[in-house]
Design a protein around this ligand. Structure first.
Ligand code: HEM
Length: 502
């Protein structure tokens, strides 16, 4: 109601915002009804409102201007959606209008995989391959041995530091990097770079950062040449593109070598070569997988462990569940996961409060339509602030609290049917990697929780645990996560459980 009142007040103050202004002769004025918008400045539009954490600035603005707001990034109008109801309008009711991506990232000269491709036959074809061939249930299952081996290596490596401070973020980054490189390339190049050379993921991050900056500069026709001249982004972008291009080319050539030893499972490059996909598209899909999978899973698991350490009651409950389900096995297996109901709730609660993509990858309208009575014109960029929606008190009771039990009697899942909870997006452009991402996260978290007890380094209290956010593409925990693991003694737990049962 408060939002509606704010919207009405805004409409009274800004006549342009009123969708049905009646003039003195009683005629309905047919001027376009633009959504409410913060006051603009010349050249920069509304950019002065943006902080280092755009999802928070946009959330703050939406509290004043409503869940459908027009934000001006320089000369570019951007429709910002901040409620479950309006997200449903965009991602379901009008999904066919908003399933395009804006031309950022999508230059023909760069990689144009699935995530940033414009809507059309090329995207449709690659998306079909993605859903039916690359991330189908059968294919995800075929990568099981990779997950098991890599998670076991991580547990072994942490065991070596039992009772010492461990940089858990680094361990998890290393793990997901290995898993996704093995899934995509059949082998991991991590640690095999010539000394002093950046890792693949470092090049990927730099590449994305430059593409993002160049794209943003396009919204500022007056200052674009200054950005180009002083930051010399384009030559740098070209160099990064070539590094990735040659690496992916090398991987493809190795796969085409008839003397290559047969791996125990087909990797993504094998599948794409068998489907006779052209090399350029294969490279773009490889980039999508590295970008889509590695950071998202790492940041989510770091947030989950941080929230658990901050909430010892939840930590105990989830560890008790994992340990009593697994019994006296050496580790948690994938076949155990379907019984770990509370663990799944912990993961959902983490994704509600800390969705790695706080705002969905931008979409673009393909034709005129109305959202909540407002005109939205073709080629308007649309962003859905899923971070704000996950904390909206209209949808969530005590939204700031980490309370996994809220999912107990609830049918809400993250498959894109519940618009108050959209960590993987929804509709035609929703994430095709949900099953792969979630099984990696569940298996890793279950084993971390099974194998170790976790506490903060000596002298640190829960209050000292910094939950500050950072990041442009993916929202990570700014200060990393230093924790002390101690190896869990399953015998003593069994005695404890037997004692309780008796
Ligand atoms: C924690 C794990 C992950 C999260 C939270 C996540 C989240 C997302 C989100 C929010 C989108 C945009 C959806 C939209 O616009 O409605 C997306 C798209 C995408 N994701 Fe994921 N993702 C994850 C893991 C993965 C994995 C493991 C892969 C592949 C290996 C992947 C590949 C993709 C691709 C290719 C797209 C673009 C889809 C399209 O535009 O058609 N993601 N993801």
């Amino acid at each position: 109601k408060k939002r509606e009142v704010t919207r009405l007040v805004d409409q009274v103050l800004t006549v342009e915002d009123d969708p049905s202004v009646v003039d003195s002769s009683g005629r309905v004025n047919s001027r376009p009804a633009f959504p409410p918008s913060p006051p603009k400045l010349p050249i920069i539009g509304n950019l002065h409102y943006l902080s280092k954490l755009p999802h928070r600035s946009l959330w703050w603005l939406s509290q004043k201007h409503g869940p459908v707001m027009l934000y001006h990034a320089g000369s570019k109008p951007v429709l910002v959606i901040s409620s479950a109801e309006m997200a449903r309008e965009v991602l379901k009711t009008h999904d066919h209008v908003f399933c395009n991506r804006p031309p950022i990232f999508a230059s023909r000269k760069l990689f144009r995989g699935i995530a940033f491709a414009p809507y059309g036959d090329d995207w449709r074809e690659m998306r079909k391959i993605c859903v039916l061939e690359l991330f189908s249930a059968r294919r995800v299952q075929s990568f099981q041995s990779v997950r098991i081996e890599e998670v076991a290596n991580t547990i072994d490596s942490i065991s070596l530091s039992s009772s010492c401070v461990v940089d858990l973020r680094e361990k998890l980054k290393f793990l997901t990097d290995h898993i996704f490189q093995r899934i995509a390339f059949g082998t991991s190049y991590k640690g095999k770079e010539p000394s002093g050379s950046p890792t693949i993921m470092e090049v990927v991050h730099e590449y994305l950062f430059i593409v993002g900056t160049v794209s943003l500069a396009k919204s500022f026709p007056y200052v674009r040449w200054i950005v180009d001249l002083f930051l010399r982004l384009r030559p740098s972008l070209k160099r990064k593109f070539h590094v990735l291009h040659s690496l992916f080319q090398k991987v493809i050539e190795e796969h085409k070598d008839p003397n290559r030893p047969r791996p125990e499972h087909e990797d993504i490059v094998d599948v794409l070569l068998q489907l006779e996909i052209d090399h350029r598209s294969i490279k773009a899909v490889l980039l999508d997988i590295l970008v889509g999978g590695i950071d998202t899973s790492t940041v989510t698991m770091v947030w989950a462990m941080a929230e658990l350490v901050k909430n010892p009651g939840v930590m105990k409950k989830v560890q008790d569940e994992v340990r009593s389900c697994v019994g006296n096995k050496a580790n948690v297996e994938e076949s155990d996961l379907h019984r770990l109901h509370y663990l799944k709730m912990v993961l959902k609660e983490t994704l509600r409060l800390h969705p790695p993509g706080a705002i969905l990858i931008p979409r673009e309208s393909m034709k005129h339509c109305y959202i909540n009575g407002y005109d939205v014109y073709p080629e308007t960029m649309v962003i859905v602030n899923i971070w704000a929606i996950g904390r909206d008190p209209e949808s969530w009771n005590k939204p700031e609290e980490f309370f996994p039990e809220r999912f107990m009697e609830s049918a809400i899942d993250y498959k894109g049917h519940h618009f108050e909870f959209l960590p993987f997006g929804a509709g035609r452009r929703g994430c095709p990697g949900i099953s792969l991402g979630s099984v990696i996260m569940e298996l890793t978290l279950a084993n971390l929780l099974y194998s170790f007890n976790w506490k903060l380094p000596t002298g640190m209290t829960i209050e000292d645990l910094d939950m500050e956010e950072a990041g442009i593409f993916h929202l990570h925990k700014k200060s990393g996560l230093q924790l002390v693991p101690t190896k869990y003694d399953s015998d003593s737990f069994r005695k404890e459980v037997t004692f309780v049962d008796e």
